[in-house]
Design a protein. Structure first.
Length: 463
Protein backbone atom coordinates (compact mmCIF):
# COMPACT_ATOMS: atom_id res chain seq x y z
CA UNK A 1 0.00 0.00 0.00
CA UNK A 2 1.04 3.60 -0.54
CA UNK A 3 2.43 5.64 2.31
CA UNK A 4 -0.57 8.00 2.35
CA UNK A 5 -2.97 5.06 2.70
CA UNK A 6 -0.94 3.62 5.58
CA UNK A 7 -0.92 7.04 7.24
CA UNK A 8 -4.73 7.31 6.92
CA UNK A 9 -5.23 3.85 8.44
CA UNK A 10 -2.81 4.55 11.29
CA UNK A 11 -4.41 7.92 12.01
CA UNK A 12 -7.84 6.32 12.06
CA UNK A 13 -6.81 3.58 14.51
CA UNK A 14 -5.30 6.14 16.87
CA UNK A 15 -8.38 8.37 16.56
CA UNK A 16 -10.71 5.48 17.39
CA UNK A 17 -8.83 4.68 20.58
CA UNK A 18 -8.73 8.35 21.62
CA UNK A 19 -12.41 8.92 20.90
CA UNK A 20 -13.32 5.69 22.68
CA UNK A 21 -11.48 6.75 25.81
CA UNK A 22 -12.86 10.30 25.73
CA UNK A 23 -16.46 9.21 25.15
CA UNK A 24 -16.42 6.37 27.68
CA UNK A 25 -17.20 8.55 30.69
CA UNK A 26 -16.75 7.39 34.25
CA UNK A 27 -17.29 3.69 34.94
CA UNK A 28 -18.51 3.45 38.54
CA UNK A 29 -20.00 -0.04 38.61
CA UNK A 30 -21.10 -3.00 36.49
CA UNK A 31 -24.28 -1.21 35.34
CA UNK A 32 -22.20 1.62 33.91
CA UNK A 33 -19.75 -0.79 32.31
CA UNK A 34 -22.21 -3.23 30.73
CA UNK A 35 -25.33 -1.07 30.18
CA UNK A 36 -24.10 2.52 29.91
CA UNK A 37 -26.12 3.36 33.06
CA UNK A 38 -29.27 2.74 30.96
CA UNK A 39 -29.13 6.25 29.56
CA UNK A 40 -28.03 6.00 25.91
CA UNK A 41 -30.13 7.78 23.23
CA UNK A 42 -32.19 5.58 20.91
CA UNK A 43 -30.57 6.81 17.69
CA UNK A 44 -27.08 5.99 18.95
CA UNK A 45 -28.27 2.50 19.96
CA UNK A 46 -29.87 2.07 16.52
CA UNK A 47 -26.64 2.93 14.70
CA UNK A 48 -24.64 0.77 17.12
CA UNK A 49 -26.90 -2.21 16.38
CA UNK A 50 -26.31 -1.76 12.65
CA UNK A 51 -22.56 -1.40 13.13
CA UNK A 52 -22.44 -4.44 15.42
CA UNK A 53 -24.26 -6.80 13.09
CA UNK A 54 -22.42 -5.55 10.01
CA UNK A 55 -18.79 -6.40 10.82
CA UNK A 56 -15.88 -6.66 8.41
CA UNK A 57 -17.10 -9.99 7.10
CA UNK A 58 -20.27 -8.30 5.80
CA UNK A 59 -18.37 -5.40 4.25
CA UNK A 60 -16.03 -7.63 2.27
CA UNK A 61 -18.44 -10.49 1.51
CA UNK A 62 -21.62 -8.73 0.39
CA UNK A 63 -19.96 -6.88 -2.54
CA UNK A 64 -18.38 -10.17 -3.59
CA UNK A 65 -21.78 -11.87 -3.63
CA UNK A 66 -23.16 -9.21 -5.97
CA UNK A 67 -20.03 -9.17 -8.16
CA UNK A 68 -20.35 -12.88 -8.88
CA UNK A 69 -24.13 -13.10 -8.56
CA UNK A 70 -27.00 -10.64 -8.30
CA UNK A 71 -28.88 -8.67 -5.63
CA UNK A 72 -31.02 -11.49 -4.20
CA UNK A 73 -29.10 -11.40 -0.89
CA UNK A 74 -31.17 -8.28 -0.16
CA UNK A 75 -34.23 -10.49 0.38
CA UNK A 76 -32.77 -11.49 3.74
CA UNK A 77 -32.91 -7.88 4.87
CA UNK A 78 -36.68 -7.82 4.29
CA UNK A 79 -36.99 -10.74 6.70
CA UNK A 80 -34.65 -8.99 9.13
CA UNK A 81 -37.08 -6.07 9.36
CA UNK A 82 -40.06 -8.37 9.92
CA UNK A 83 -38.17 -10.21 12.65
CA UNK A 84 -37.25 -6.96 14.41
CA UNK A 85 -40.87 -5.81 14.39
CA UNK A 86 -41.84 -9.10 16.02
CA UNK A 87 -39.15 -8.76 18.68
CA UNK A 88 -40.15 -5.15 19.40
CA UNK A 89 -43.80 -6.17 19.82
CA UNK A 90 -43.53 -9.46 21.70
CA UNK A 91 -40.12 -9.84 23.37
CA UNK A 92 -38.92 -6.35 24.28
CA UNK A 93 -41.76 -5.55 26.72
CA UNK A 94 -40.72 -8.53 28.83
CA UNK A 95 -37.12 -7.31 28.98
CA UNK A 96 -38.24 -4.05 30.53
CA UNK A 97 -40.29 -5.66 33.31
CA UNK A 98 -38.16 -4.90 36.36
CA UNK A 99 -34.39 -4.57 36.06
CA UNK A 100 -32.49 -7.02 33.89
CA UNK A 101 -28.76 -7.14 33.24
CA UNK A 102 -28.69 -9.82 30.52
CA UNK A 103 -31.06 -11.32 27.96
CA UNK A 104 -31.39 -14.52 29.97
CA UNK A 105 -32.68 -13.32 33.35
CA UNK A 106 -36.15 -13.47 31.83
CA UNK A 107 -35.76 -17.22 31.37
CA UNK A 108 -34.84 -17.60 35.03
CA UNK A 109 -38.13 -15.97 36.06
CA UNK A 110 -40.10 -18.26 33.76
CA UNK A 111 -38.26 -21.56 34.11
CA UNK A 112 -35.50 -21.37 36.71
CA UNK A 113 -31.78 -20.72 37.10
CA UNK A 114 -30.78 -23.82 35.13
CA UNK A 115 -32.60 -22.59 32.02
CA UNK A 116 -30.93 -19.19 32.33
CA UNK A 117 -27.45 -20.69 32.57
CA UNK A 118 -28.10 -23.11 29.71
CA UNK A 119 -29.28 -20.33 27.38
CA UNK A 120 -26.46 -18.03 28.45
CA UNK A 121 -23.92 -20.83 27.94
CA UNK A 122 -25.30 -21.43 24.45
CA UNK A 123 -24.93 -17.69 23.75
CA UNK A 124 -21.30 -17.72 24.91
CA UNK A 125 -20.53 -20.66 22.63
CA UNK A 126 -22.39 -19.18 19.66
CA UNK A 127 -20.92 -15.70 19.95
CA UNK A 128 -17.38 -16.98 20.48
CA UNK A 129 -17.57 -19.23 17.40
CA UNK A 130 -19.23 -16.61 15.19
CA UNK A 131 -16.76 -13.89 16.16
CA UNK A 132 -13.65 -15.99 15.75
CA UNK A 133 -13.50 -14.84 12.12
CA UNK A 134 -13.14 -11.19 13.13
CA UNK A 135 -10.24 -8.85 13.86
CA UNK A 136 -9.36 -7.79 17.41
CA UNK A 137 -9.61 -4.50 19.30
CA UNK A 138 -9.84 -4.21 23.06
CA UNK A 139 -8.39 -0.99 24.53
CA UNK A 140 -11.44 1.24 24.59
CA UNK A 141 -13.71 -1.73 25.38
CA UNK A 142 -11.60 -2.54 28.45
CA UNK A 143 -11.71 1.03 29.72
CA UNK A 144 -15.09 2.38 28.70
CA UNK A 145 -17.42 -0.60 28.48
CA UNK A 146 -20.66 -0.40 26.50
CA UNK A 147 -20.83 3.39 26.50
CA UNK A 148 -17.50 3.62 24.66
CA UNK A 149 -18.47 0.78 22.33
CA UNK A 150 -21.76 2.41 21.29
CA UNK A 151 -20.34 5.87 20.62
CA UNK A 152 -17.36 4.53 18.69
CA UNK A 153 -19.78 2.33 16.71
CA UNK A 154 -21.56 5.49 15.55
CA UNK A 155 -18.26 6.91 14.25
CA UNK A 156 -17.18 3.66 12.64
CA UNK A 157 -20.51 3.23 10.88
CA UNK A 158 -20.02 6.59 9.22
CA UNK A 159 -16.49 5.68 8.13
CA UNK A 160 -17.31 2.38 6.41
CA UNK A 161 -20.44 3.81 4.77
CA UNK A 162 -18.36 6.69 3.43
CA UNK A 163 -15.86 4.16 2.06
CA UNK A 164 -18.67 2.21 0.39
CA UNK A 165 -20.15 5.32 -1.26
CA UNK A 166 -16.70 6.41 -2.46
CA UNK A 167 -16.03 2.99 -3.99
CA UNK A 168 -19.41 3.00 -5.73
CA UNK A 169 -18.71 6.40 -7.27
CA UNK A 170 -15.18 5.52 -8.44
CA UNK A 171 -16.09 2.07 -9.80
CA UNK A 172 -19.12 3.46 -11.64
CA UNK A 173 -16.93 6.18 -13.19
CA UNK A 174 -14.36 3.58 -14.31
CA UNK A 175 -17.17 1.52 -15.85
CA UNK A 176 -18.31 4.48 -17.98
CA UNK A 177 -20.88 6.17 -15.77
CA UNK A 178 -24.33 5.34 -14.43
CA UNK A 179 -25.43 4.22 -17.89
CA UNK A 180 -23.19 1.17 -17.50
CA UNK A 181 -25.78 -0.34 -15.17
CA UNK A 182 -27.82 -1.12 -18.29
CA UNK A 183 -25.23 -3.82 -18.99
CA UNK A 184 -25.74 -5.19 -15.50
CA UNK A 185 -29.50 -5.27 -16.08
CA UNK A 186 -29.10 -7.14 -19.36
CA UNK A 187 -26.79 -9.65 -17.68
CA UNK A 188 -29.28 -10.31 -14.87
CA UNK A 189 -27.01 -8.75 -12.25
CA UNK A 190 -29.78 -6.51 -10.86
CA UNK A 191 -32.27 -9.30 -10.08
CA UNK A 192 -33.46 -8.74 -6.51
CA UNK A 193 -36.49 -11.02 -5.99
CA UNK A 194 -36.59 -14.76 -6.60
CA UNK A 195 -39.91 -16.44 -5.79
CA UNK A 196 -38.68 -19.96 -6.53
CA UNK A 197 -40.11 -22.35 -3.87
CA UNK A 198 -36.86 -24.11 -2.96
CA UNK A 199 -35.10 -25.18 0.24
CA UNK A 200 -31.81 -25.56 -1.62
CA UNK A 201 -31.48 -22.25 -3.49
CA UNK A 202 -29.40 -19.93 -1.30
CA UNK A 203 -31.34 -16.68 -1.66
CA UNK A 204 -35.07 -16.81 -2.41
CA UNK A 205 -37.91 -14.56 -1.30
CA UNK A 206 -39.37 -17.27 0.93
CA UNK A 207 -36.05 -18.21 2.50
CA UNK A 208 -35.25 -14.52 2.96
CA UNK A 209 -38.54 -13.57 4.58
CA UNK A 210 -39.06 -16.68 6.74
CA UNK A 211 -35.42 -17.50 7.45
CA UNK A 212 -34.39 -13.86 7.75
CA UNK A 213 -37.28 -13.06 10.11
CA UNK A 214 -36.49 -15.95 12.46
CA UNK A 215 -32.76 -15.27 12.24
CA UNK A 216 -33.40 -11.65 13.25
CA UNK A 217 -35.81 -12.81 15.94
CA UNK A 218 -33.07 -14.96 17.43
CA UNK A 219 -30.15 -12.58 16.94
CA UNK A 220 -32.00 -9.43 18.04
CA UNK A 221 -34.37 -10.97 20.55
CA UNK A 222 -32.27 -13.58 22.35
CA UNK A 223 -28.61 -12.84 21.52
CA UNK A 224 -27.16 -10.74 24.33
CA UNK A 225 -24.84 -8.84 21.99
CA UNK A 226 -27.93 -6.97 20.68
CA UNK A 227 -30.22 -7.23 23.72
CA UNK A 228 -27.46 -5.65 25.83
CA UNK A 229 -27.78 -2.49 23.73
CA UNK A 230 -31.56 -2.46 23.97
CA UNK A 231 -31.37 -2.79 27.75
CA UNK A 232 -29.13 0.29 27.76
CA UNK A 233 -31.95 2.42 26.31
CA UNK A 234 -33.83 4.94 28.44
CA UNK A 235 -37.02 2.91 28.22
CA UNK A 236 -39.09 0.43 26.22
CA UNK A 237 -40.24 2.98 23.65
CA UNK A 238 -36.67 4.04 22.87
CA UNK A 239 -35.55 0.41 22.58
CA UNK A 240 -38.36 -0.35 20.12
CA UNK A 241 -37.53 2.70 18.00
CA UNK A 242 -33.85 1.73 17.92
CA UNK A 243 -34.60 -1.87 16.95
CA UNK A 244 -37.12 -1.22 14.17
CA UNK A 245 -35.09 1.73 12.87
CA UNK A 246 -32.05 -0.52 12.57
CA UNK A 247 -34.09 -2.88 10.39
CA UNK A 248 -34.88 -0.10 7.92
CA UNK A 249 -31.28 1.11 8.01
CA UNK A 250 -29.86 -2.34 7.32
CA UNK A 251 -31.94 -2.68 4.13
CA UNK A 252 -30.43 0.55 2.81
CA UNK A 253 -26.93 -0.52 3.87
CA UNK A 254 -27.16 -3.95 2.23
CA UNK A 255 -28.46 -2.31 -0.94
CA UNK A 256 -25.47 0.04 -0.95
CA UNK A 257 -22.84 -2.70 -0.65
CA UNK A 258 -24.61 -4.96 -3.14
CA UNK A 259 -24.55 -2.11 -5.65
CA UNK A 260 -20.88 -1.64 -4.82
CA UNK A 261 -20.42 -5.25 -5.90
CA UNK A 262 -22.33 -4.67 -9.12
CA UNK A 263 -20.20 -1.61 -9.90
CA UNK A 264 -17.06 -3.67 -9.26
CA UNK A 265 -18.25 -6.21 -11.83
CA UNK A 266 -18.85 -3.42 -14.30
CA UNK A 267 -15.35 -2.04 -13.63
CA UNK A 268 -13.76 -5.45 -14.27
CA UNK A 269 -12.59 -5.94 -10.68
CA UNK A 270 -13.32 -9.69 -10.68
CA UNK A 271 -10.11 -11.37 -11.83
CA UNK A 272 -11.61 -14.84 -12.12
CA UNK A 273 -11.72 -18.09 -10.12
CA UNK A 274 -8.21 -17.58 -8.75
CA UNK A 275 -9.52 -14.69 -6.64
CA UNK A 276 -11.80 -15.35 -3.67
CA UNK A 277 -15.07 -13.43 -3.77
CA UNK A 278 -14.26 -11.90 -0.37
CA UNK A 279 -11.06 -10.42 -1.81
CA UNK A 280 -12.64 -8.49 -4.70
CA UNK A 281 -13.64 -5.37 -2.76
CA UNK A 282 -10.46 -4.86 -0.69
CA UNK A 283 -8.23 -5.71 -3.70
CA UNK A 284 -10.01 -3.11 -5.83
CA UNK A 285 -9.70 -0.55 -3.04
CA UNK A 286 -5.95 -1.06 -2.70
CA UNK A 287 -5.13 -1.20 -6.41
CA UNK A 288 -7.66 1.06 -8.13
CA UNK A 289 -8.70 3.81 -5.71
CA UNK A 290 -6.71 7.06 -5.41
CA UNK A 291 -4.12 7.34 -2.61
CA UNK A 292 -5.75 8.34 0.64
CA UNK A 293 -9.18 7.17 -0.48
CA UNK A 294 -7.94 3.59 -0.55
CA UNK A 295 -6.71 4.05 3.00
CA UNK A 296 -10.16 5.36 4.00
CA UNK A 297 -11.89 2.27 2.54
CA UNK A 298 -9.51 -0.12 4.30
CA UNK A 299 -9.98 1.90 7.49
CA UNK A 300 -13.72 1.43 7.00
CA UNK A 301 -13.27 -2.34 6.79
CA UNK A 302 -11.19 -2.20 9.96
CA UNK A 303 -13.90 -0.02 11.52
CA UNK A 304 -16.53 -2.68 10.89
CA UNK A 305 -14.20 -5.33 12.32
CA UNK A 306 -13.44 -3.31 15.45
CA UNK A 307 -17.10 -2.49 15.97
CA UNK A 308 -18.28 -6.10 15.90
CA UNK A 309 -15.36 -7.36 17.97
CA UNK A 310 -15.71 -4.72 20.67
CA UNK A 311 -19.42 -5.51 20.91
CA UNK A 312 -18.73 -9.24 21.09
CA UNK A 313 -16.17 -9.14 23.90
CA UNK A 314 -18.26 -6.73 25.97
CA UNK A 315 -21.40 -8.85 25.67
CA UNK A 316 -19.46 -12.07 26.35
CA UNK A 317 -17.95 -10.53 29.47
CA UNK A 318 -21.39 -9.27 30.52
CA UNK A 319 -23.09 -12.68 30.21
CA UNK A 320 -20.16 -14.45 31.90
CA UNK A 321 -20.21 -12.02 34.81
CA UNK A 322 -23.97 -11.67 35.37
CA UNK A 323 -25.19 -15.18 34.45
CA UNK A 324 -22.34 -17.29 35.84
CA UNK A 325 -19.81 -15.54 38.07
CA UNK A 326 -22.22 -13.53 40.22
CA UNK A 327 -24.76 -16.30 40.99
CA UNK A 328 -22.11 -19.01 41.42
CA UNK A 329 -19.90 -17.00 43.79
CA UNK A 330 -22.60 -14.99 45.51
CA UNK A 331 -20.62 -11.81 44.82
CA UNK A 332 -23.05 -9.12 43.67
CA UNK A 333 -21.20 -5.95 44.62
CA UNK A 334 -21.37 -3.71 41.49
CA UNK A 335 -17.84 -2.38 41.96
CA UNK A 336 -16.40 -5.89 42.26
CA UNK A 337 -18.38 -7.05 39.20
CA UNK A 338 -16.92 -4.12 37.25
CA UNK A 339 -13.42 -5.44 38.06
CA UNK A 340 -14.41 -9.00 37.09
CA UNK A 341 -16.03 -7.81 33.87
CA UNK A 342 -12.87 -6.04 32.73
CA UNK A 343 -10.71 -9.10 33.26
CA UNK A 344 -13.23 -11.31 31.48
CA UNK A 345 -13.11 -8.85 28.57
CA UNK A 346 -9.40 -9.64 28.22
CA UNK A 347 -10.02 -13.36 28.60
CA UNK A 348 -12.67 -13.46 25.87
CA UNK A 349 -10.45 -11.42 23.58
CA UNK A 350 -7.76 -14.10 23.91
CA UNK A 351 -10.34 -16.81 23.13
CA UNK A 352 -11.48 -15.03 19.96
CA UNK A 353 -7.91 -14.47 18.78
CA UNK A 354 -7.10 -18.14 19.25
CA UNK A 355 -10.30 -19.28 17.57
CA UNK A 356 -9.78 -16.99 14.59
CA UNK A 357 -6.74 -19.05 13.64
CA UNK A 358 -9.04 -21.99 12.84
CA UNK A 359 -10.81 -20.08 10.06
CA UNK A 360 -7.84 -18.84 8.04
CA UNK A 361 -8.24 -21.26 5.15
CA UNK A 362 -12.02 -21.19 4.70
CA UNK A 363 -13.23 -20.78 1.11
CA UNK A 364 -16.88 -20.13 1.96
CA UNK A 365 -17.85 -16.42 1.91
CA UNK A 366 -17.24 -15.33 5.49
CA UNK A 367 -20.65 -13.70 5.92
CA UNK A 368 -22.27 -17.03 5.06
CA UNK A 369 -19.82 -18.90 7.29
CA UNK A 370 -20.47 -16.76 10.37
CA UNK A 371 -24.26 -16.79 9.97
CA UNK A 372 -24.24 -20.56 9.41
CA UNK A 373 -22.24 -21.16 12.59
CA UNK A 374 -24.50 -18.87 14.60
CA UNK A 375 -27.52 -20.75 13.26
CA UNK A 376 -26.44 -23.90 15.11
CA UNK A 377 -27.76 -22.43 18.34
CA UNK A 378 -29.99 -19.52 17.30
CA UNK A 379 -32.94 -21.83 16.69
CA UNK A 380 -32.54 -23.32 20.17
CA UNK A 381 -32.47 -19.89 21.81
CA UNK A 382 -35.47 -18.56 19.90
CA UNK A 383 -37.42 -21.78 20.44
CA UNK A 384 -36.86 -21.50 24.19
CA UNK A 385 -38.50 -18.07 24.29
CA UNK A 386 -41.37 -19.30 22.14
CA UNK A 387 -41.93 -22.21 24.53
CA UNK A 388 -41.92 -19.84 27.47
CA UNK A 389 -44.52 -17.57 25.94
CA UNK A 390 -46.76 -19.97 24.03
CA UNK A 391 -46.62 -23.31 25.88
CA UNK A 392 -47.64 -22.94 29.56
CA UNK A 393 -46.89 -26.61 30.27
CA UNK A 394 -43.18 -26.20 29.51
CA UNK A 395 -40.89 -26.46 32.54
CA UNK A 396 -37.18 -25.96 33.10
CA UNK A 397 -36.27 -29.57 32.32
CA UNK A 398 -38.21 -29.40 29.05
CA UNK A 399 -36.43 -26.32 27.69
CA UNK A 400 -32.98 -27.60 28.68
CA UNK A 401 -33.65 -30.89 26.88
CA UNK A 402 -35.04 -28.99 23.88
CA UNK A 403 -31.98 -26.74 23.56
CA UNK A 404 -29.58 -29.70 23.81
CA UNK A 405 -31.49 -31.74 21.21
CA UNK A 406 -31.67 -28.75 18.87
CA UNK A 407 -27.92 -28.09 19.04
CA UNK A 408 -27.11 -31.78 18.57
CA UNK A 409 -29.46 -31.90 15.56
CA UNK A 410 -28.17 -28.72 13.89
CA UNK A 411 -24.44 -29.45 14.32
CA UNK A 412 -24.24 -32.22 11.67
CA UNK A 413 -26.56 -30.23 9.40
CA UNK A 414 -24.41 -27.08 9.52
CA UNK A 415 -20.89 -28.43 10.09
CA UNK A 416 -21.20 -31.98 8.79
CA UNK A 417 -19.85 -33.37 12.08
CA UNK A 418 -19.89 -36.32 12.62
CA UNK A 419 -21.77 -36.75 9.33
CA UNK A 420 -23.67 -34.49 6.92
CA UNK A 421 -27.42 -34.38 7.46
CA UNK A 422 -29.83 -32.78 4.97
CA UNK A 423 -27.15 -32.02 2.35
CA UNK A 424 -28.05 -29.11 0.13
CA UNK A 425 -30.30 -27.32 2.62
CA UNK A 426 -29.74 -23.57 2.15
CA UNK A 427 -28.41 -21.85 5.28
CA UNK A 428 -31.32 -19.34 5.63
CA UNK A 429 -33.47 -22.33 6.61
CA UNK A 430 -31.18 -23.40 9.47
CA UNK A 431 -32.79 -21.18 12.12
CA UNK A 432 -36.38 -22.09 11.17
CA UNK A 433 -35.44 -25.77 11.38
CA UNK A 434 -33.63 -25.36 14.71
CA UNK A 435 -36.55 -23.37 16.12
CA UNK A 436 -39.06 -26.03 15.03
CA UNK A 437 -36.96 -28.81 16.57
CA UNK A 438 -36.68 -26.91 19.87
CA UNK A 439 -40.41 -26.17 20.11
CA UNK A 440 -41.48 -29.70 19.16
CA UNK A 441 -39.02 -31.38 21.53
CA UNK A 442 -39.99 -29.04 24.36
CA UNK A 443 -43.69 -29.71 23.85
CA UNK A 444 -43.14 -33.46 23.61
CA UNK A 445 -40.95 -33.46 26.72
CA UNK A 446 -43.59 -31.59 28.71
CA UNK A 447 -46.33 -33.98 27.56
CA UNK A 448 -44.24 -37.05 28.39
CA UNK A 449 -43.38 -35.60 31.79
CA UNK A 450 -47.03 -34.84 32.49
CA UNK A 451 -48.09 -38.34 31.46
CA UNK A 452 -45.32 -39.84 33.57
CA UNK A 453 -46.43 -37.77 36.53
CA UNK A 454 -50.03 -38.98 36.22
CA UNK A 455 -48.84 -42.60 35.96
CA UNK A 456 -46.77 -42.16 39.10
CA UNK A 457 -49.74 -40.73 40.98
CA UNK A 458 -51.97 -43.60 39.88
CA UNK A 459 -49.38 -46.20 41.00
CA UNK A 460 -49.03 -44.46 44.34
CA UNK A 461 -52.81 -44.50 44.87
CA UNK A 462 -52.98 -48.16 43.86
CA UNK A 463 -50.46 -49.14 46.51
Amino acid sequence: MRSLDIAVIAAYCVAVIVFGLVLSGRQRDASDYFLGHRGLPWWAIMLSIVATETSALTIISVPGLATRGDLTFLQLAFGYLIGRIGVAAFLLPGYFEGTQDTAYQRLERRFGRGARRTASGVFLLTRALADCVRIVTVIYTWVGGLRAVVWVDVIQLGVYLLGGVATLIVATHLAGGVGAFARAWDAGKLVTLDFTPSFKALYTFWGGVVGGALLAGASHGTDHIIVQRLLAARGLRDAQRALIGSGVFIIVQFALFLLVGTSLWLAGADLGPAMRGDAIYPTFAINRLPAGLAGLVIAGILAAAMSSHASAVNSLASASTQDFYAPLTGRHDPTHLLWVGRWLTLAWTAVLVAGAMAFRNQHTPVVQLALSIASITYGGLLGTYLLGGLWPRARERDVIVAIIVSVLTMTPIVLGVPGRLLPGLAWPWYVPLGTAVTVLVGMLSSLVGRAGGRTGEQNALAT
